[in-house]
Design a protein around this ligand. Structure first.
Ligand code: DAH
Length: 344
């Protein structure tokens, strides 16, 4: 059996030195294939006395298993090397990871895509805005007054006034901040597109909230804005009713309740009536805010409110995903627990 040990040493050395997948195949058939020494030994086992047969059988099996494992490992390593070679040298670590098509997407990504795809069917374009914003885009242009509580340091993450970040220009007395809402994209779109236009914008927002089952310091929203002539609440209602039915199902009732947002006038909360959805039974649940774009906001973007009107809405993506999938704790989305993630 010393012979087996030295055969193993020889084979392991050959595997370790092997530099291509095809050479590895040749090594495999040399040491484990039909004509190999080990198969000869196996065939010879029956001629040995019983006790020797047991010991030799175990040694042969260990030999085979060790070699198969080492060949498997080397094979993976070689394949990876060959893939890297094809990618070219040096590797660019800033390239996006390529996800294999069977990798499921995160439930929040799936929910965002589902929301956006419904609006695309209504002719909306998809735009994105920066996460680092100025006070103008996050508050002033949206008609949020200087003393509004959302602007307090205890609610919003501000950068120090003298910090230079991002590419967006700020005024000297302004601070950069992490946007607290995707409504910033209303202003950016009004500045960039000539009306009529309609866009939705998914993205991440940040608030200084204490983390619990329904709050997190960052979460996701999808904002929507439609600007055109002769737009009324009927258009807002029709659009959101269509969305609700596509997203939750056909027989869902909706209602608008008066509310307040500085950038819409009038403003509403939309509720949906659910017979059964997760923990909810026969009840109205509040789903999102919406309203007619405030004439001051149109004016801030240089549009004549006599000529143009619009409606806007803002969804919380986590909130919708929680309703849709019956998830009770927002923290599950961020914990990276594959037992949770693999269910989607
Ligand atoms: N930005 C609001 C929030 O974060 C949500 C919202 C309400 C957006 C009304 C809108 C709107 O566009 O019209 O709470």
């Amino acid at each position: 059996m010393d012979a087996l040990e030295s055969l193993k040493a020889e084979a392991l050395k050959a595997i370790g030195n092997c530099s291509s997948v095809s050479d590895l195949q040749a090594i495999k058939s040399r040491y484990l294939g039909g004509g190999s020494q080990i198969i000869g030994l196996l065939k010879n086992l029956k001629n040995l006395p019983q006790e020797e047969k047991v010991v030799a059988g175990q040694q042969i099996n260990t030999f085979k298993r060790t070699l198969e494992e080492e060949i498997g490992k080397r094979n993976k390593w070689l394949q990876n090397q060959e893939r890297l070679k094809k990618l070219g040298d040096p590797i660019d670590p800033s390239l996006l990871t390529s996800y294999a098509s069977e990798t499921p997407l995160h439930p929040l990504t799936q929910t965002c895509q589902r929301i956006v795809s419904i609006f695309k069917r209504l002719g909306y374009s998809v735009v994105e805005g920066p996460e680092i914003e100025t006070e103008w885009f996050c508050f002033d242009a949206l008609n949020v007054p200087p003393n509004h509580p959302a602007r307090a340091e205890k609610d919003t993450f501000f950068f120090q006034k003298n910090t230079k970040v991002g590419t967006t220009k700020k005024k000297a007395d302004e601070a950069y901040l992490l946007r607290t809402q995707t409504s910033t994209v209303q202003i950016r779109s009004l500045g960039e597109h000539k009306p009529p236009f309609k866009v939705v914008s998914p993205g991440r927002v940040f608030r200084r909230d204490t983390v619990d089952a329904t709050h997190n310091f960052n979460f996701h929203q999808v904002e929507g804005i439609c600007v055109d002539q002769n737009i009324s609440i009927v258009d807002l209602r029709g659009t959101l009713d269509f969305f609700v039915r596509e997203f939750f199902g056909k027989n869902i009732k909706t209602r608008l309740r008066p509310s307040f947002f500085p950038f819409t006038e009038p403003s509403f909360e939309m509720d949906i009536f659910v017979e059964k959805l997760g923990k909810f039974h026969n009840t109205w649940i509040e789903v999102w805010g919406c309203g007619m774009v405030n004439p001051h906001v149109l004016g801030n973007a240089g549009l004549d409110p006599q000529e143009w009107q619009g409606f806007a809405f803002g969804f919380g993506v986590e909130r919708l995903a929680m309703f849709l999938y019956g998830i009770e704790d927002i923290r599950r989305f961020y914990q990276n627990d594959t037992r949770f993630l693999s269910q989607f």
